[in-house]
Write a protein that binds this ligand. Structure first.
Ligand code: PLP
Length: 408
């Protein structure tokens, strides 16, 4: 019998014996591993025997977390990294070559967009498209298109990608479909259901949940046939094809670049992940009620939240996601200054993080999305007065009371 999501997460560590009858995996901080038999270490190096050789290539604590994330996404393999950005860089750098073409969302998280600028400097051709419409993705395809990269719900304006249709398009054209599902988490949405080949998470956000660890992951769902991908290193083609992609990411992205998740962070993220479902349901419930409350408030000009019928992709979000997420963006009426409003908040914290247990607010244009400049912000729909909220799990009445007193 297949158990439910929360049960699978809670009991995943116990699938193999743990020393001293501990109920979850310990933290292994060793960076070096000793072998009595020199032939054995050679076998481990050559991938002929499982084991660990050096901390930069992984350790038992990150393996336990990888297996947990893999279960959450029902993937075939997962690799972890030191942050969400490291997971994105560690995936794309080894898979794309100079002259390749990547189709990417026009509504990317600012640091992802900045990193894609670096990819462009390295000779990768990138088309940025409005991914709420598959027709625009299809129009961008060229002879050297290798992959399509989207975020499920865009940060901060909450546009929802045309996930199913893009998945179908990628399958028809043999393109690698990479979905950054940080804003949905495996609790709200499983990108494998729309044909994603690779799923990326910033583990720093929902999965960890308490703002006390940085981490990232990439999961191979098994949906993509790596034999259709021209950039696989000959050395990895000796393995079964389903292992080609993740092996190249692990070797060329993780091992060579060295952005390894620390055992301490892996352990904290694993503990945080045990309450992912509980926290997310509560925060999504708070977010939906707060978005409705804000939309009805006379001092608020516009609210962007996929749970509101006024949101352009409300029907799609309702169809695909178990909840509408915890990010709300909104603009105040002209006479109110967003900085003054943020300073009046007493409980809500002015902070850049998201998907924390606590509610956080930030002026998006002047902070996270500042470096990209006014033109890029305008194309992404980010007004100077836009406030991004990451709704936490506080008591709803306390949240509303704080907003009520600040909206004067
Ligand atoms: N992807 C998305 C959608 C994000 O919102 C973020 C961070 O906010 C990242 C990736 C990067 O994650 P990290 O901060 O763990 O590097």
């Amino acid at each position: 019998m297949k158990s439910g999501f929360v049960t699978r997460v809670l009991h995943s560590d116990l699938e193999s014996p743990i020393e001293h009858n501990a109920v979850h995996k310990p933290m292994h901080v060793a960076m070096a591993y000793g072998y009595k038999n020199a032939r054995e270490i050679a076998e481990v190096f050559q991938g002929r025997k499982p084991g660990y050789v050096y901390g930069r290539q992984g350790n038992p604590t990150s393996t336990a977390l990888e297996s947990r994330i893999n279960k959450m996404e029902e993937g075939v393999a997962t690799a972890t990294f030191s942050s969400g950005m490291a997971a994105i860089a560690g995936t794309l750098l080894p898979l794309l070559h100079k002259g390749d073409h990547l189709i990417a969302s026009r509504f990317l998280f600012s640091n992802t967009s900045s990193f894609f600028g670096t990819l462009a400097d390295l000779g990768i051709d990138i088309s940025y498209v409005d991914v709420t419409d598959v027709a625009l993705v299809a129009a961008a395809i060229g002879p050297r298109t290798r992959a399509v990269f989207v975020e499920t719900i865009a940060n901060p304006r909450t546009q929802v990608a045309d996930l199913e249709n893009i998945g179908q398009f990628c399958a028809e054209r043999g393109l690698l479909y990479i979905v950054d599902s940080t804003m949905t988490s495996p609790w709200l949405f499983q990108p494998k259901t729309v044909g994603a080949g690779l799923i990326i998470h910033s583990l720093t956000k929902y999965i960890s949940g308490h703002g006390n660890a940085l981490g990232g992951s990439v999961t191979d769902t098994g949906c993509f046939d790596w034999r259709r991908f021209p950039n696989i290193h000959e050395a990895y083609k000796t393995l079964p094809p389903e292992q080609w992609g993740i092996t190249q990411i692990r070797k060329k992205g993780l091992r060579d670049c060295g952005a390894t998740l620390s055992p301490e962070s892996a352990h904290r993220i694993a503990v945080g992940s045990e309450t992912l479902g509980l926290r997310t349901d509560r925060a999504c419930d708070n977010a939906l009620r707060l978005a409705q409350w804000l939309e009805a408030h006379p001092a608020v000009a516009r609210v962007y939240y996929p749970g509101l019928p006024s949101h352009a992709q409300h029907a799609l979000a309702t169809k695909l996601f178990k909840g509408y997420g915890i990010i709300i963006s909104f603009e105040l009426i002209d006479r109110l200054d967003c900085f003054d409003f943020l300073d009046r908040l007493q409980m809500v914290i002015c902070s850049t993080h998201l998907a924390d247990t606590r509610t956080l607010a930030i002026p998006a244009a002047q902070t996270i999305f500042w470096e990209m400049g006014p033109q890029a912000r305008a194309e992404m729909g980010i007004a100077d007065s836009l406030i991004r909220l990451s709704v936490g799990i506080e008591d709803f009445d306390d949240l509303v009371a704080d907003f009520e007193q600040a909206l004067v």
